[in-house]
Design a protein around this ligand. Sequence first.
Ligand SMILES: NC(=O)c1ccc[n+]([C@@H]2O[C@H](COP(=O)([O-])OP(=O)(O)OC[C@H]3O[C@@H](n4cnc5c(N)ncnc54)[C@H](OP(=O)(O)O)[C@@H]3O)[C@@H](O)[C@H]2O)c1
Length: 174
Amino acid sequence: MARLLYSATMSLDGFIAGPGGDMSWLSPHVGGPNPTADRLLAQVGAILAGNRTFGGDDPNAGTDAEGAFGGQYSGPAVVLTHRPPEQPVKGVEFTDDLRTAIALSREAAGERYVNVLGADVARQCQEIGELDEILVFVAPVLLGDGTRLFAVPGGRQVDLTPLPGESALWFRIT
Ligand SMILES: NC(=O)c1ccc[n+]([C@@H]2O[C@H](COP(=O)([O-])OP(=O)(O)OC[C@H]3O[C@@H](n4cnc5c(N)ncnc54)[C@H](OP(=O)(O)O)[C@@H]3O)[C@@H](O)[C@H]2O)c1
């Protein structure tokens, strides 16, 4: 069964988006060689994203690099939202139910990863025990405010175990 892996590029102070969903800070830090991202991309069978990720700021909008993985991902996606678009979007299924979204994306991913995108959705997957792994790329920038990699009011400890032999920040959720 497909495992759920939350991945994100994070500022050194722990944010995956700046204030108001600003993603312009990311541009100088993507595009170069990234063997870990290449390894991940080769193992992703489906994306499970929240609607703020799906409809969010893309510094590559309007270019060939628009979309997930700098435009290199072209597989299926499932988007969680209470406000699905009126017109269908090719390759994207919309649902307002988390467990349905997980089932649909697992089915689409086959034996590969479901790549979870968006902190809110990742937190909910972890909350119900469905998040298996987390992979973080750290960008050398401080943002001061924005969307945290993982945010739970009042806090919640989640223990992580590095994947064996892995040098990237790639962990199994214990
Ligand atoms: N740095 C990175 O690598 C990276 C990667 C991905 C995303 N991002 C950024 O991170 C931000 C998005 O993360 P986020 O945590 O703010 O939001 P998110 O998880 O992407 O999306 C949250 C939205 O998804 C919908 N949703 C979530 N749970 C739902 C449920 N159980 N049922 C129905 N709908 C549900 C709701 O949208 P509706 O209001 O439509 O119902 C909610 O507002 C964006 O700014 C994005 O650009 C950064």
